[in-house]
Write a protein of this length. Structure first.
Length: 208
């Protein structure tokens, strides 16, 4: 805390509020102990500026009330959801987040471009998309583009055709779930019977 004493003194000299000083220091260093932080701010303010002290409870309350905590998952969800379902909290700070973290701006453009490629019917933009991002500096983007290049023919066919394997994939997912729930309690014939029962292929009353 000693390295922040001079900064605290200058901020108090510029008539910053004690709670605002504490919040600013917590912003630049999340590892700061809240109790020690409040203690040293109070000490400097009362000794040199004759200011009112702030307690831990009131500071925590003001911190919760006046600030928004945004996680990586919330940012990712904001990037990958449609406009109507976007988080209002993230939207309020979106321009500031992109300014503070330029990688978010890159990812936003990256995702929007890919979304447009999937929505077209001719599958012509996907080649331009791969050419634009294949030399990108971000490792995860480069890895994603390699995966696209490897399965490019299948992806193009998936974009062009309206036929979907979603129904089959959903059935496989249900079967896997039944298998996990029944693990160790039944053998293959009983498992098959249960799957067919759930799929409504025959009447459940015939089961023992």
């Amino acid at each position: 805390m000693d390295k922040y004493a001079n900064l605290i003194y200058k901020m108090l000299q510029d008539e910053f509020n004690i709670s605002d000083i504490c919040k600013y220091l917590r912003h630049i260093d999340r590892k700061l102990d809240l109790r020690e932080l409040i203690k040293i701010v109070n000490k400097i303010s009362t000794r040199y500026f004759n200011c009112n002290s702030v307690n831990k409870k009131s500071f925590k309350h003001s911190l919760i009330k006046q600030s928004d905590r945004i996680t990586r998952n919330e940012i990712l969800k904001y990037l990958t959801t449609i406009h109507k379902k976007k988080s209002r909290k993230v939207r309020r700070h979106w321009s500031l987040l992109k300014k503070e973290y330029p990688v978010i701006k890159v990812l936003e453009k990256f995702y929007r471009y890919f979304h447009n490629c999937l929505n077209e019917t001719t599958a012509t933009q996907i080649d331009k998309y791969i050419d634009e991002y294949k030399n990108n500096n971000l490792p995860l983007i480069k890895q994603f583009i390699k995966g696209l290049s490897r399965d490019l023919m299948a992806i193009k066919e998936g974009i062009k055709t309206k036929i979907s394997s979603g129904f089959v994939e959903g059935g496989i997912n249900k079967i896997k779930l039944i298998k996990r729930l029944s693990y160790g309690r039944m053998k293959l014939p009983r498992l098959k019977q249960k799957i067919l029962t759930i799929a409504k292929f025959f009447n459940t009353n015939t089961l023992v």
